[in-house]
Write a protein that binds this ligand. Structure first.
Ligand code: BES
Ligand code: ZN
Length: 456
């Protein structure tokens, strides 16, 4: 057993104590009132990286939340340079009453640590910190050159990170990017991700009469914007799950036979999946399996819809306005800006004359694909097998990490998605948690991965 493996195995308890502290910062990037907490979390990361042996650590302010950068480049020019990306911002915690323990006071129950950010993404970022610490403390060095970029705006679409990367291309220059911000295939099946979906997030505002009206005096004579909006939403998809926006599927490539076969080899049961979500039946685009639907087909979903009276009890009102937030997950060849235009044109086309409709894009991100047959992937696969005692499978991911394509476009680097979360760990939801065995095996995997990369 290597020195660092020994060290990792004997430091479990300390890791958890430290992770609890990292998880205590309410670094919710979307809430202006948490701006200071986000900054304090960045400062904590800087301090921690210095403590584990990084001497070049900088907090770069942006127009939004800061980016933490660190590097250790003493492995030599003949060794590869790895850029590890992660995010320290988290999603809001509402509905708070559905949390079993407070979201920023991490609690261990069974095999899991519960807190906002435990799986997405602080826990996974911490896995790298501890793997790096194991090397630095036990060997006094790292086997490869490492650059770290930990941002505070991933959950709001990495709004300022693209500019940061384009202004710091030399600083971030690397051979490959590694991200731990995705999920394993399942509890017993470690996985390496090779694709992410993109995102096009829209908001629709429907205005009817110039003011709220008494629904008895006016009801029947004036169109109700909520009814009109509901009607329009019903025309976005047919009852077989097909999206009806003109031109929407134009750039969607069919899956290769090889991928279809690959997906089929993975253990999967629709019945179990439905049971876990307590739904009688699944729903999705007809002609596709659940894995195909979630990994390799685009989707359209309402994320929120509001208007009129939503308080306790009843109020008879014909409201002036109605709103909906609608997002589309895109596959790698779809362009979110083009999709925004197609969506806007279609919504305007189906809007009745009785209301005014405004459509705006909130944030977008492109999907990404990484080739599987590379030396980087082989090294990752070997390390996963060593850390988890099981060969990983190669999977696509349904979620989005928009900056992955920016790394490819601006730095020319592919990304390896080395995820240690689980699909049912409640990311973005109450009682988010991270399995501590996967946390520990993740540290072993990453420490081994850096060694494997040095052999390339
Ligand atoms: N960690 C997720 C992305 C993810 C989750 C990828 C699970 C694959 C599997 C990330 O933090 C996230 O939630 N991203 C957002 C991006 C959006 C805000 C632009 C997402 O996917 O909704
Ligand atoms: Zn994340």
């Amino acid at each position: 057993m290597s020195k660092q493996t020994d060290f990792i195995n004997s430091n479990k308890d300390r890791y958890i104590t430290e992770l609890k502290h990292f998880l205590s910062y309410p670094s919710i990037s979307t809430n202006p009132e948490n701006k200071k907490d986000v900054l304090e979390c960045a400062e904590y990361i800087k301090e921690h990286l210095e403590k584990i042996g990084f001497s070049n650590v900088t907090i770069y302010p942006t127009k939004g939340h800061p980016v933490v950068y660190a590097d250790w480049l003493n492995a030599g020019a003949d060794k590869p340079t790895i850029l590890i990306y992660g995010h320290y911002d988290v999603q809001p915690v509402d509905p708070l009453n559905l949390w079993t323990s407070p979201p920023f006071e991490a609690e261990i129950r069974g095999e899991n640590i519960f807190a906002r950010g435990s799986a997405d993404d602080k826990g996974q970022v911490f896995i790298h910190f501890k793997a790096l610490e194991a090397h630095l403390s036990q060997n006094g060095s790292l086997p490869v050159n490492i650059k770290l970029i930990i941002e505070g705006e991933e959950e709001i679409g990495s709004i300022h990170l693209g500019d940061f990367i384009s202004e710091h291309k030399d600083l971030l220059n690397c051979d490959v990017v590694v991200i731990s911000d995705t999920a394993m295939y399942s509890k017993d099946v470690p996985a390496i991700g090779y694709a992410l979906r993109g995102l096009c997030y829209m908001q629709v505002e429907v205005t009817g009469p110039n003011r709220d009206l008494h629904s008895g005096q006016y009801g029947g004579a004036v169109d109700n914007p909520i009814n009109a909006l509901a009607h329009m939403i019903s025309k976005l998809k047919d009852d077989k799950g097909k999206i009806l926006i003109d031109g929407f599927y134009d750039d969607v490539k069919p899956l290769s036979g090889e991928e279809i076969e690959g997906f089929k080899k993975l253990p999967f049961s629709d019945e179990e999946y439905a049971k876990g979500l307590k739904v009688e039946e699944l729903f999705g685009e007809s002609g596709y399996t659940t894995l195909e639907r979630t990994w390799s087909r685009p989707t359209l979903d309402c994320n929120g819809i509001w208007g009129g009276f939503t308080g306790e009890g009843a109020k008879t009102v014909l409201p002036s306005k109605a709103f909906a937030k609608i997002s589309m997950r895109l596959v790698p060849d779809q362009d979110p800006n083009k999709t925004e235009k197609l969506f806007t044109d279609y919504v305007k086309k189906i809007a009745p004359k009785t209301v005014k409709v405004e459509v705006k894009g909130l944030h977008h991100g492109k999907g990404a694909m990484t080739p599987i047959d590379t030396k980087w992937m082989k090294a990752a696969s070997k390390a996963m097998a060593a850390g988890f005692g099981k060969e990983p499978v190669f999977i696509r991911e349904g979620g989005s990490i928009p900056i992955v394509l920016t790394f490819k476009e601006m730095l020319g680097a592919d990304t390896i998605l080395l995820g240690f979360g689980l699909p049912d760990e409640n990311a973005h939801s109450p009682d988010e948690h991270l399995n501590l065995n996967n946390f520990q095996n993740g540290i072993l995997t990453c420490a081994d991965f850096y060694d494997e990369l040095a052999k390339i």
